[in-house]
Ligand binder design. Sequence first.
Ligand SMILES: [Zn+2]
Length: 339
Amino acid sequence: MFDYSRQLRPDEAQVHLLDHEGHPGFPAVREQIAAAARAYGFTLTAAASLDPWPADPPITGHRLLLVLASGPFDQPLVDTLLTDGLRRYSIISIAFRYRDEGEMRSYAELVDKYKRLAEDRINFLRPCPLPGGELVVPPTKLVDNAICDSVRIKYRPVNLDPAPIALDAGLAAFFTRASDLFEQHRLYHRSASDGYFAARTPGDPGFYITATKSYKDPLDLRRVVRVERYDEADNTLRFRGAYLPSSDAVEASIVFARNPEVASVVHTHASTWFTRNPRFRERVLVGRERYGEPRLGHLVHQALDGVEDGFVIMEDHGEVFAHNAPEVSPTLLSHLPRP
Ligand SMILES: [Zn+2]
């Protein structure tokens, strides 16, 4: 697996889009992903069949197979992907469509079974309901997946010093504590590399954040990097450290820059416990947005202004817990499930 110590070159970040059984939206989705490939620097190919299979993936690179299926969970297809597909692709994402909630639920156990068998390398994209009740994966989500599972980052990285950064004891304690809670309570849905932890000592214009694609169960502190500045005008992110900062470092930069009080942010995808839990519905204060872009940072900042305790949910995405000290938010601690 590529370690994201640098940006992937376009020839190393390959996305192959598969039209499984003639999906009506395929041409439009292909267009949108092609535009993202030009904007963010990855290579897109598309086909209507897996015959022939491509050669083995490039050793230094990363190859995503994104399958757009016209119908519900298809076990023969998923079996083929599990055996032959994972040999040729670093990661596989599949978008199935369902007539209604009942049909989707009827496949839930199988989906879980195959997620386990694929050990985090097959991703079943979660569909969203249309007004008529049908469940489909929205095109924006497919585009974001093509980016997120290839080049990952949308900002332009400028590494000021690739030497590993040194964390002071207080910040190291924050990252260790966040990682312990993340692991103990499984604060993720798809992968233990999802989400980010970020913190700064009060008054510091920069901040420390986990690198992109860092497993947090537990977190290796060598994967914490320092962001000096994000410039919205030219989308550059200046940082120090041995790995690329989280793809969400853009949003974190905006929250830290616009809220001088904020000293820590923990962002997780504990979807079942928080984001999709009806108990926290009134915390869904940010709608469906693309990740890694300034607009989402500004919306999170505004939403945080409207709550007392630093806890907001981004719809269909995940939770944000901001706090005024470089410690894990007490609000997060108070809402964690009892073990
Ligand atoms: Zn996220």
